[in-house]
Design a protein around this ligand. Structure first.
Ligand code: NAD
Length: 377
């Protein structure tokens, strides 16, 4: 089995390049201190690509993205380009285009509460301490894309706005497979959410998930839940979940709700996955949930942990290096336990450190873990 991997890094705009710089430092450390080798290429996306190439995502960048084992993205956008480019050349168009070109239909949003940040959540500490759940959202179908859609004027002069919630069996099966495959690498439990009580598309969703489960994934626990109940359960007892799989609309809402259980934008990673090819490989893009934070860009103030944790997801889900992903996530935990904080996650009595110092602290924690492992051998 090859231990050499190729990543395409797209730092993007605003704080994207600063956060990505810390990922690059960690990659260098892993290449020197682990059994894997990660080769990287770097390119522009978003406003920086518009400045360099006249387009927010160039064809040659797409070709590189398709060839890579995974893409790690920083963030796009900022006032420099707001309203100053044609609509289809705005920075965000680069992001939408790369998702489309790579056929990324599954969005993975983990909500993890690190012990040291338990007070950042608006829920009681005992409800969120140790929380580690994953929302798998269908990204390319459902009511956001369904036809017919539009706004029309009726003969009586009233106006009517409408969208169509539509899912086919193949769309349901491929997102279901993605969720069950993720559950295999985690707690082996999937909760599938829809509104089968009031929507036919929900009835089909439930039937197909049940069928897929019995045919291919009977070793994983499957439960069905109405999406509105899931929204309540996420606030009432979020630790009951492992993987939640749901459609585009419900996933949009439930993933934001789950994100806020953790309380901190600078800590939230995400992944978007495409279909598996014959060799079992998927196109995949990993990125922090936050944007380009122009208000703090270039000031060494950004929290790079969401981007670092996105890279950890790439190690786990695209490079199949679960142990190294564990070490990296544990190193982040160590840093937080040692009360090392950037300004966005600061606590009273602590002096905040900068983006670059946070990256250094994670590397030091990785180093310490490696030394204790060696001493224990
Ligand atoms: P934002 O996420 O960039 O910032 C919101 C607030 O959170 C700001 O105060 C910012 O300073 C803070 N923040 C965000 N990430 C942080 C981090 N890592 N460390 C410390 N503080 C952090 O959202 P916004 O202000 O609405 O958008 C700014 C730009 O980013 C816009 O151009 C928007 O279109 C773009 N955007 C891009 C993405 C993406 O690339 N995926 C996502 C959202 C927004």
């Amino acid at each position: 089995m090859t231990n050499t991997y190729n990543l395409l890094l797209l730092p993007g705009d605003g704080i994207g390049p600063e956060a990505m710089q810390e990922v690059k430092k960690i990659i260098t450390w892993l290449n020197d201190n682990s059994a894997i080798t990660i080769e990287t290429e770097e390119d522009f996306i978003g406003g920086s690509a518009y400045d360099a190439y006249g387009t927010p995502l160039s064809d040659h960048t797409i070709t590189k993205a398709k060839a890579a084992d995974a893409v790690i993205l920083g963030a796009v956008g900022g006032p420099k380009w707001d309203g100053k480019t044609a609509y289809d050349l705005r920075p965000e168009a680069g992001l939408l285009k790369i998702r489309k070109e790579l056929g990324l239909f599954a969005n993975l949003r983990p909500a993890i509460v690190f012990d040291a940040l338990v007070d950042a959540s608006s829920l009681k500490p005992e409800l969120v301490k140790g929380l580690d759940i994953l929302i798998v959202r269908e990204l390319t179908g459902g009511v956001y894309f369904g036809e017919p859609r539009g706004i029309e004027t009726l003969p009586n002069g009233e106006r009517k706005g409408y969208n169509t919630q539509v899912y086919t069996t193949s769309e349901i099966i491929r997102i279901g497979e993605a969720a069950f495959d993720m559950a295999k690498k985690r707690g082996s439990f999937v909760t599938s959410c829809e509104k089968a009580n009031v929507m036919e598309s929900g009835v089909l969703w439930r039937e197909e998930m049940t069928k897929l489960h019995s045919e291919k994934y009977s070793d994983i626990r499957l439960e069905h839940m109405y999406a509105d109940n899931c929204a309540m359960q996420l606030c009432r007892a979020p630790k009951q979940f492992d993987v939640i799989v749901t459609d585009n609309l419900f996933g949009d809402i439930l993933s934001d709700e789950a994100a806020m259980l953790t309380g901190s934008l600078g800590m939230l990673p995400s992944a978007s996955l495409g279909a598996e090819d014959e060799s079992g490989k998927r196109h995949a893009l990993y990125e922090p949930v936050h944007g380009s934070a122009p208000d703090i860009a270039g000031q060494n103030k950004a929290n790079p942990l969401a981007t670092i944790l996105s890279f950890a997801m790439a190690l786990r889900y695209s490079l199949n290096q679960g142990e190294i992903a564990d070490s990296l996530e544990n190193a982040v935990q160590d840093v937080l336990n040692n009360k090392i904080r950037t300004a966005d996650i600061i606590e009273a009595g602590i002096t905040p450190i900068g983006t670059s110092e946070m990256g250094d602290a994670v590397i030091k924690a990785l180093q310490n873990r490696l030394q204790s492992e060696k001493a224990a051998e």
